[in-house]
Design a protein around this ligand. Structure first.
Ligand code: HEC
Ligand code: HEC
Ligand code: HEC
Ligand code: HEC
Ligand code: HEC
Ligand code: HEC
Ligand code: HEC
Ligand code: HEC
Length: 472
């Protein structure tokens, strides 16, 4: 395969040089079918018009494509890039009508199940759950379709995300205080290159045909054809590989940092240690993945992969019990197929219990039921402890508002408000998430200690001081 590809590249380059001297303009004068067959032995037929140019224009694309499973399976450039009817991103390109940003609708032609599962996940919806929530709520309020291009052009989701005073964009409190929140000269571009890089942008085809919101492969990208998500978040173009998606670094691109340090937690867990020590010997691209291929699980093993008898899922919520990210942890919320997911948060204990069962089925491929259940027993108690501390913290701030110790008008600019935020959003998440995935340091030092001693301790002292000053 490799040899014939390199050989064909050589032939191909020669032919292209000859051919491109006589013609750079149009597709109509491309070499005929026979020449193309010789040029590109790994992909016959006229489809290769794309490759004929792109082998020199963007060789990196063609080289990577040649290594992918799509190449031997004869999934051509055109299979993904020829624009579907009604896709606003369609553009004419050397005799073809292509899209430069094939959405999951294009993959769905051949991978309907993965796309359907992904559509039902928080991944697909996370731009709306995240930075575009104010936009989504406003569109619904006006009775408009939040996924429609017209609505996005009218309301400008990216701009709304940048100028709203909200814990969604936590520095908005201080920016408001110092007068930068509405300053047209302040770009807030950490939102575009931060939030939207992970959560996804809104891809908008402007009236002059230009496309905004690209490049972006955020996991909840809102595509111009109304579909949600970007498969490239985990399967980068043009490798489209299972192996890549099964490795923890792929998830760790977004799942890291002070508020959701899953990658760090995994790295410090026994599982992550084993991956680091012997992972390179594992069988990463097996079709039927199971305990004979790996010694310890990765993110995808526990959350997504087919593993032994456990079926694969592209809905990353399918194997969870808790919501560990909100202020108070509750069983998993009902999904987008049941409720208006972004705005309605309805705990679904039944789905949560089935998620726990599914996760346990993964663990028990390698552990006894006792061992695995022992872990969950301890973990659930951590979640309960956190909830107790949170309830105390939240009451404390509400009381302080009532007593007039803290002013309510800007919710994110006073010491106690800032600690209140850091407790649920940063340290309290680390505490819960560390415990869920066997990260002892994140459970204790970065979790419980930062929550109880550091932020809550400082908050209590701040409020006591304010009370003393007030009573003086
Ligand atoms: C006659 C040569 C030629 C042919 C045929 C051709 N392309 Fe291109 N294509 C180019 C060039 C040149 C560029 C611009 C590269 C650059 O900007 O560096 C390009 C750019 C692109 C882009 C990126 C567009 C953007 O705005 O970012 C895509 C996607 C693409 N081509 C896909 C295809 C596909 C799919 C086919 C076959 C259906 C194809 N091309 C056929 C020459 C060609
Ligand atoms: C399995 C589907 C698939 C196939 C097959 C495919 N592409 Fe793509 N291609 C994509 C997707 C998806 C993107 C955009 C990535 C994104 O933004 O999500 C893309 C992006 C591109 C770009 C822009 C990349 C950049 O970084 O500027 C070019 C150029 C391109 N494709 C050319 C090709 C050519 C040439 C072939 C055939 C050798 C090909 N593609 C085959 C799905 C595909
Ligand atoms: C025309 C049909 C077709 C389209 C369109 C298509 N694929 Fe595929 N894909 C295949 C075939 C065939 C295979 C190889 C057999 C298999 O694994 O199912 C494959 C395999 C894969 C694999 C597994 C590769 C591996 O390592 O085993 C991934 C991941 C994948 N495709 C992702 C995508 C994504 C993402 C898109 C859209 C951007 C897409 N495909 C578009 C047909 C298609
Ligand atoms: C480094 C990537 C990254 C950046 C940057 C990022 N997020 Fe997130 N965000 C995540 C991940 C990963 C989660 C999932 C946390 C979890 O469930 O454990 C998340 C969770 C969330 C949630 C909670 C969703 C829920 O179901 O309750 C919201 C809201 C959110 N982010 C909004 C934002 C906003 C707004 C910004 C920018 C101000 C932002 N995020 C920046 C990756 C990121
Ligand atoms: C959050 C990361 C992630 C995203 C986003 C993602 N995938 Fe996957 N995908 C995976 C993982 C992990 C696997 C390997 C599953 C396994 O081990 O069984 C996989 C496997 C696949 C396979 C191979 C299935 C098989 O049985 O061989 C296909 C096809 C696929 N994905 C298509 C898609 C499509 C289409 C999208 C976009 C709708 C997508 N994926 C988005 C992580 C992802
Ligand atoms: C040993 C299996 C295992 C591995 C490996 C693993 N996880 Fe988890 N993960 C879990 C369990 C168990 C939970 C908690 C499930 C529950 O709520 O009952 C969880 C929870 C989560 C959550 C949900 C947090 C929330 O907001 O509710 C995210 C996100 C997550 N994991 C991502 C990852 C990522 C990314 C990796 C790899 C860097 C990873 N996980 C590795 C088992 C695992
Ligand atoms: C491009 C960024 C990105 C990548 C890559 C990514 N995620 Fe996520 N993930 C997110 C964001 C953002 C959320 C928050 C979703 C929400 O709650 O709105 C999330 C949420 C989750 C959740 C919680 C789902 C729920 O229903 O509560 C799990 C579990 C998860 N991801 C696992 C993974 C795994 C496993 C991988 C790798 C195979 C992965 N993610 C790759 C951004 C990403
Ligand atoms: C692919 C096999 C595999 C899977 C799947 C797996 N584990 Fe493990 N796990 C291991 C191995 C191997 C060790 C190391 C045992 C040792 O220390 O000798 C381990 C260690 C552990 C430890 C001990 C951690 C420590 O710090 O000492 C716990 C707890 C654990 N696993 C729980 C789980 C849970 C819960 C699940 C499912 C969510 C799970 N494991 C899934 C293979 C697996």
């Amino acid at each position: 395969m490799k040899i014939s590809f390199q050989f064909s590249l050589l032939l191909c380059s020669i032919l292209i040089i000859l051919f491109s001297c006589s013609n750079r303009e149009g597709f109509s004068e491309l070499p005929d079918q026979e020449d193309v067959e010789v040029m590109v032995t790994y992909e016959p037929n006229l489809k290769d018009a794309c490759i004929a140019c792109h082998i020199t224009e963007t060789p990196g694309v063609v080289e990577t494509y040649a290594k992918s499973e799509h190449n031997p399976s004869k999934v051509s450039c055109r299979a993904c890039h020829v624009a579907q009817e009604g896709d606003p991103t369609a553009q004419s390109h050397n005799g073809f009508t292509i899209t430069k940003v094939p959405s999951p609708n294009y993959c769905a032609v051949c991978h309907p199940q993965e796309v359907a599962q992904n559509n039902n996940s928080k991944h697909a919806w996370t731009a709306f759950i995240g930075q575009y929530k104010p936009y989504y709520a406003e569109a619904r309020k006006l009775g408009l379709d939040p996924l429609a291009q017209e609505t996005a052009k009218l309301l400008d989701p990216e701009k709304m995300a940048k100028t709203v005073l909200s814990p969604l964009v936590p520095d908005s409190g201080i920016l408001k205080r110092i007068g930068l929140l509405d300053d047209p000269e302040y770009h807030h571009n950490n939102v575009t290159l931060g939030c939207s890089a992970c959560h996804g942008t809104f891809v908008i085809v402007e009236d002059d045909g230009s496309i905004t919101g690209l490049p972006n492969v955020g996991v909840g990208r809102v595509n111009a054809d109304g579909s949600l998500g970007s498969c490239s978040s985990c399967h980068t173009r043009h490798l489209y590989s299972k192996e890549e998606a099964r490795k923890p670094e792929t998830c760790g691109q977004c799942h890291l940092g002070p508020d959701h340090p899953q990658h760090e937690i995994y790295s410090e867990s026994k599982h992550g240690n084993i991956y680091g020590a012997v992972g390179e010997t594992w069988n990463w691209d097996a079709d039927d993945w199971g305990p004979d291929d790996i010694d310890a699980p990765t993110c995808s093993t526990c959350h997504m992969s087919q593993f032994g008898p456990v079926e694969a899922t592209h809905n990353v919520g399918d194997r969870l019990y808790w919501e560990l990210q909100p202020k108070t942890s509750v069983p998993q919320w009902k999904g987008p197929d049941e409720v208006d997911f972004v705005l309605e948060r309805v705990p679904d204990p039944e789905q949560a219990a089935s998620g726990r069962k599914e996760m346990l089925a993964v663990c028990t491929q390698c552990h006894s039921t006792n061992w695995a259940e022992g872990h969950f027993r301890e973990f659930d108690m951590v979640v309960e402890d956190y909830n107790k501390v949170w309830s105390y913290t939240d009451n404390l701030l509400m009381e302080a508002y009532e007593k007039g110790l803290v002013s309510k008008d800007n919710p994110l600019d006073e010491t106690s408000e800032i600690y209140h935020y850091l407790i649920w959003h940063h340290s309290g998440r680390r505490w819960r998430m560390g415990a869920s995935m066997m990260g002892p340091d994140y459970t204790h030092w970065n979790g419980a200690i930062d929550t109880n001693m550091r932020y809550l301790g400082l908050m209590i002292n701040d409020l006591e001081l304010r009370e003393m000053i007030k009573n003086k």
